[in-house]
Ligand binder design. Structure first.
Ligand code: PHE
Length: 341
């Protein structure tokens, strides 16, 4: 049996030397030195031997097993190294190539414009006041001087909920009422940014959702000249000092008088081009003195208090600033557009 043992060990060693893969090594391991391996089995057969031969056999068998285990470990390391070497050669890994940069994402162009606008108004002492997107008919229209069936509602159709008086706001102006009721009788200087909704045919020029930034100042002795001075200051911070502006008379039910503000086209400097539709001017916001009814609805006595309000569209400002031709790009989730900002 001792002889048998030596032959077995020799065969195992020769076989091991020829192996060249991890799978073959596993197979060899269970064939010889694993729990059911031949050598292990033979060790168990020590009891078949006459008593006096057992120590010699046992000692030799253990010795051989240890030898094979050591040889196995060495071979395993060699095979692994060879396999790694081969896979590196095959895949042509070039460790000197620069790594692939992680894509950290970026701010949406509208968010970038909004933050510019917040920063400028913050410098001028206006706080951000957040107001809800889902509004009542009363807040969005009635308290702003749009009674039911008023023709000015026609331009601001929206999305209605199953509750007849609850709708998605068509402008940020209902926030004027909310902030006045919140602060009354304190003076107010806020901007009210947020998303607005209108039931529109979606085209290159109109979307069903868009941002607005409303502004509101209420106090004693606020006059039209304050409105003009403040807005001129804002545009020179946004578009640079000295850019000409103009106010055109307009109409909004909740301001009186009302105006629209234009800046001179910064593409053609007033010469007339495609962007300004050959007028030389770009309309950037609507504004006016807060209507006495609106002040009253907010809790302020119009005989003591006055104020001005304005509303601008960050998407429009972004479109003009970058020459964007299609407003649908803003919510289209197309990375080819978004990655340009
Ligand atoms: N809410 C008006 C609109 O959406 C804009 C506006 C706001 C005009 C405040 C005057 C004062 O068209």
């Amino acid at each position: 049996m001792l002889n048998e043992l030596e032959v077995l060990a020799k065969t195992a060693r020769t076989e091991l030397e020829q192996l060249d893969s991890g799978a073959a090594l596993d197979h060899w391991n269970s064939k010889y030195i694993g729990r059911k391996g031949e050598l292990t089995q033979m060790l168990r057969r020590v009891s078949e031997l006459p008593k006096e031969e057992r120590p010699v056999f046992g000692q030799r068998a253990n010795e051989l097993k240890r030898e094979l285990e050591t040889a196995y470990t060495a071979k395993e390391a060699a095979v692994k190294a060879a396999e790694l070497e081969q896979s590196m050669a095959e895949s042509g890994l070039d460790v000197t190539l620069p790594g692939r940069p992680a894509s950290p994402g970026r701010l949406h162009p509208s968010t970038q414009t909004l933050r510019r606008i917040y920063r400028i108004w913050a410098e001028m002492g206006f706080q951000v006041y957040r107001s809800r997107d889902v509004e009542t008919d009363e807040m969005n229209f009635q308290l702003l001087n749009f009674p039911p069936h008023h023709p000015a509602r026609e331009m601001q159709d929206t999305f209605y909920t199953t509750n007849p008086d609850v709708l998605l706001r068509t402008h940020t102006s209902p926030g004027q009422i909310r902030v006045m009721r919140d602060y009354c009788p304190e003076p107010i200087r806020v901007i009210l940014p947020g998303m607005c909704y209108r039931h529109e045919q979606i085209t290159a020029r109109s979307e069903i959702q868009f941002h607005q930034v409303e502004g509101l100042a209420v106090g004693r002795g606020i006059r039209m000249s304050d409105l003009k001075g403040t807005l001129i200051n804002f545009t020179s911070r946004l578009y640079g000092q000295g850019r000409p502006v103009r106010f055109r008379a307009s109409h909004f039910p909740f301001t009186e008088p009302s105006a629209e503000m234009d800046v001179q086209c910064f593409l053609c400097n007033g010469q007339g081009c495609r962007m300004c539709k050959y007028t030389g001017w770009l309309e950037i916001l609507g504004c006016g003195m807060v209507h006495p009814n609106v002040l009253r609805n907010g809790g302020y006595d119009p005989n003591i208090f006055s104020g001005f309000a304005f509303g601008m569209g960050p998407e429009r400002i972004t479109i003009l600033g970058h020459g964007i031709e299609d407003i649908r790009l803003f919510w289209g989730n197309d990375l080819r557009f978004l990655e340009q900002f």
